[in-house]
Design a protein around this ligand. Structure first.
Ligand code: IMP
Ligand code: MG
Length: 178
């Protein structure tokens, strides 16, 4: 597994420090709110679990699985909800937790869905942001790191379902996906 990694981008320690920083900000911002964290499976599971432990406030947790049609490495504007939340989002301050935002299509659609369901507020926390690939205008309140347009794996992020359990984030060797 480690041999398939071209370069380590963020070590376990880089990740821990950044998550702590984001958790502190969210704690400050949501002090008098009615926080519902929605974790986008599977990619965001590691980030979300660390992040929510660093938010020092009462919160509810729910999960969604969303698939975005497109090619293997690029999403489209069409999403389908494979698994929906169990809790109602109406009047909740929803924080959507995602691993990485690329074109922005998935989160753009999902934000709209939460607004249609009458959430009091909807914000996004993503660990990584591939900003240069953005196709839609999307406001991201909490973002860990901006990364260049290379395929990354680890800390929840996969290539063909593998590498999610790497404790660090790295670039996958190009010959493995091109
Ligand atoms: P978007 O709709 O294009 O923003 O797609 C975001 C989703 O694509 C993320 O939730 C990831 O599942 C996936 N994705 C985008 N870039 C990468 C990457 O470099 N590595 C792993 N997954 C990625
Ligand atoms: Mg994902």
């Amino acid at each position: 597994m480690h041999n398939d990694i071209e370069k380590v981008l963020f070590t376990k320690e880089d990740i821990e420090n950044k998550v702590r920083e984001l958790g502190a900000k969210i704690t400050e911002d949501y002090i008098d709110k009615n926080l519902l964290c929605i974790v986008i499976l599977k990619g965001a599971m590691f980030f979300a679990s660390d992040l929510m432990k660093s938010i020092d406030l009462p919160l509810d947790i729910d999960f969604m699985i969303v698939s975005s049609y497109g090619s293997e490495t690029e999403s489209s504007g069409v999403i389908s909800i494979i698994k929906d939340t169990e809790l109602d989002v109406i009047d909740r301050d929803v924080l959507i937790i995602e691993d990485i935002i690329d074109t922005g299509n998935t989160l753009n659609k999902l934000t709209q869905v939460m607004k249609d369901r009458k959430a009091s507020s909807v914000e996004i926390a993503t660990f990584l942001d591939k900003k240069e690939r953005r196709l839609v205008d999307l406001y991201i309140k909490y973002s860990g790191f901006v990364v260049p347009d290379y395929f990354v794996v680890g800390y929840g992020m996969d290539f063909n379902e593998k590498y999610r359990n790497l404790p660090y984030i790295g670039y996958l060797k190009k010959e493995l996906y091109s």
